[in-house]
Unconditional design. Structure first.
Length: 310
């Protein structure tokens, strides 16, 4: 195994926390991976990895070496891309994590068009609501709603999604229809909380030019969007969420929008990726493509700016 292959192997082991998973992804025997890392440590006269029965993690020297390896490998990928014009025709495996609702409603219906444009990119798409560790899990970028919090990531705003407050006809028949924002105090909500940050989300409306929050009582709270909508459909209370998620239910009358005369602040949507991968051509073209999808669906929403998440 040459030096560059050894660096690739080392970074993959750090990111996966496992010799076996890294070796499997690179298509080499585990014994080869073990021998190559031992040889690398001997050449550097430094212990790079701490091995236990459950986990492999970098030492302090290993973490510093990992950071330099990432820079070297990304620079090499970019140089090869410039020579082979991969900026126009990028290639390789691209790992993306999407919120399940966005995957099914926005991205997946158009995925074949992305493949026709970039046939040499192999996509691996995971979906869910949980917060993922991009580096540890080897994910190139994620698309998430809300205000980004991870300062180790670069965030690119894709859209500002309009929201709706709604409930089932049965609930509104029992509790009445709120006519002005202060009527919300007489109602119940389906609670929504982030399992990653232990944060509850109040309702928000712009009233007389001022953003107001409304804390509604709730007897049930959930941590994923599908359960949130399901509870509302079954009469458990009011919900506030991006309108696109409930467009069909609103059209069919299974949910009814209330307080439509007052604007919600909207939900920001961002693509996020590790800072050291911001120049990878396959990541760049995917984010540019998905940004066009969201702009067509929701409008610009200040999309396009790329900043380290702060």
């Amino acid at each position: 195994m040459d030096r560059l292959d050894a660096l690739r192997l080392f970074t993959r082991i750090v990111e996966r926390g496992s010799f076996s998973r890294a070796a499997a992804e690179l298509g080499i025997p585990r014994a080869t991976a073990t021998y190559s890392i031992k040889a690398l440590e001997a050449r550097l006269h430094a212990r790079l990895l701490e091995r236990t029965t459950r986990q492999v993690r970098p030492t302090l020297d290993g973490q510093a070496f990992y950071s330099r390896c990432v820079e070297i490998l990304d620079a090499l990928e970019e140089a090869e891309g410039a020579l082979h014009h991969t900026g126009a025709s990028p290639r390789g495996r691209l790992r993306v994590d999407l919120h399940g609702t966005h995957a099914t409603h926005v991205v997946l219906p158009h995925l074949d068009a992305f493949h026709r444009r970039y046939p040499e990119i192999q996509l691996a798409i995971s979906s869910g609501d949980r917060l993922v560790d991009l580096v540890r899990e080897g994910i190139d970028c994620v698309i998430r709603a809300g205000t980004p919090r991870d300062s180790s990531l670069v965030a690119r705003r894709l859209a500002l999604m309009p929201e709706a407050i709604c409930a089932s006809p049965d609930y509104l028949a029992r509790r009445g229809v709120p006519r002005v924002p202060d009527d919300l105090h007489d109602h119940e909500a389906v609670g929504f909380f982030s399992s990653n940050h232990d944060i509850d989300y109040p309702f928000e409306l712009v009233v007389d030019g001022v953003l107001r929050t409304f804390e509604l009582p709730c007897w049930v709270a959930v941590s994923d969007a599908e359960s949130y909508v399901a509870c509302a459909l079954h009469g458990c209370g009011l919900i506030q969420l991006p309108r696109f998620h409930v467009e069909e239910a609103l059209r069919e009358g299974r949910l009814v929008e209330v307080l439509a005369g007052w604007r919600s602040p909207g939900v920001p949507l961002s693509a996020m990726y590790p800072q050291h991968r911001q120049l990878a051509p396959r990541v760049r073209v995917f984010i540019d493509w998905v940004a066009q999808l969201y702009e067509a669906r929701f409008g610009g929403g200040d999309a396009g700016a790329e900043t380290p998440d702060a």
